[in-house]
Ligand binder design. Structure first.
Ligand code: TXA
Ligand code: MG
Length: 319
């Protein structure tokens, strides 16, 4: 049985107790709900992969209450420190060289000598992490390859019976996963576009971010091509739906759309669109439609992360 906990102090304490004892607890971050397990506990981390039904041991992001706690696990360069100062707590994950003294399970880093760390924004999440007293590994709290959850009920629908508890902290304000930047090489590399816009990072870095070399399998091992997939087929850059299709719109809509369609942001605000994206896909993904047609979405700001997730949702499925 999976218990639904509230964000009261007593419930946060209960969630921390469960994490300390090695149980799996889902909690809200500003991006999506995470499937949390004690990162120092091999069994708990292995349990995360099992609960998600994830076929491979991709490296996981480790969540910490503040930069000081992160410094105990990884080495911060000057660049890393300036990004952390400017953007933490917030939707940015830094991949940094792991300290030899880090007690984080090797399963979290999938055998790499780097570790992905992040300090999430919500006060509830950071209180949970403080009370737990050890780093918490947390991928998104969905079954492997499915849409990431942005509300507690999404997590309950997918993982009930597989995890101990869900800490309900309302809906996630950012709505797409954190931006992942690797600082392990000579230059910063953008491994995953996400909730922090690339332009914002580049303005602090003072240089453009590199993209991972295509042939580098370690660059971003978790980035499967098909991911975030609803059951319905997705058709991108659609100016209007075909008969039978549901429509996911963006911005001002001049054409007639079928009843039950959803507009990610009628005013064309990319932040609002990101916040609505995963819940809208879940909402539209009902039996009886022939597919989901999606309006073109601009590529600036959070549009990069939105387009990345939509392309994965539209990609041919892995068997
Ligand atoms: O917003 C988020 O980041 C959410 C919430 C719950 O915090 N978490 C999340 O975690 O998306 P996860 O574990 O699903 O994302 C891990 C991403 C993958 O793309 C993985 O390849 C990359 O981070 N990653 C993790 N550790 C890495 C490492 N050591 N080197 C390179 N990439 C790494
Ligand atoms: Mg995920």
């Amino acid at each position: 049985m999976t218990v639904l906990l509230s964000n009261s102090t007593a419930d946060i304490e209960e969630a921390a107790r469960l994490l300390r004892q090695g149980s799996l607890v889902s909690f809200a971050t500003e991006t999506v709900y995470g499937l949390g397990g004690n990162a120092r506990d091999d069994r708990a981390v292995a349990g995360i992969f099992e609960a998600k039904g994830r076929p491979r041991f991709n490296p996981l992001i480790v969540h910490l209450p503040d930069t000081e706690a992160a410094e105990e696990e990884v080495w911060f360069s000057t660049t890393a420190r300036s990004l952390a100062e400017r953007f933490w707590p917030g939707p940015l994950t830094l991949v940094l060289p792991k300290r030899e003294t880090s007690g984080v399970s090797l399963l979290c880093s999938a055998g790499l000598d780097s570790l992905a760390v992040r300090v999430p924004a919500p006060e509830t999440a950071r209180q949970l992490l403080r009370l737990t007293g050890s780093p918490v590994a947390a991928p998104s709290a969905n079954r492997a390859g499915r849409i990431s959850p942005t509300r507690a009920e999404h997590v309950m629908n997918e993982l009930s019976g597989r995890i101990e508890a869900v800490l309900d902290d309302g809906s996630c304000p950012v709505g797409v996963e954190s931006t992942v930047v690797s600082l392990t090489g000579d230059r910063p590399v953008l491994l995953r576009p996400g909730g922090l816009a690339r332009e914002e990072l580049e303005s602090v870095l003072g240089t453009p971010l590199d993209l991972p070399a295509k042939e580098d399998p370690l660059a971003s091992p978790g980035m499967l091509k098909s991911h975030y997939a609803p059951d319905a087929r997705i058709r991108l850059d659609a100016l209007a739906p075909k008969p039978g299709e549901a429509y996911l719109g963006f911005g001002e809509q001049t054409r007639q759309v079928p009843e039950g369609s959803f507009n990610l942001s009628p005013s064309g605000d990319l932040k609002e669109a990101a916040a609505n994206l995963f819940a809208a896909l879940r909402e539209l993904d009902k039996p009886g439609i022939s597919g989901i047609a999606v309006a073109p979405i601009p590529l600036d700001g959070l549009g990069q992360a939105i387009n990345d997730r939509l392309q994965r949702a539209a990609a041919p499925r892995e068997a």
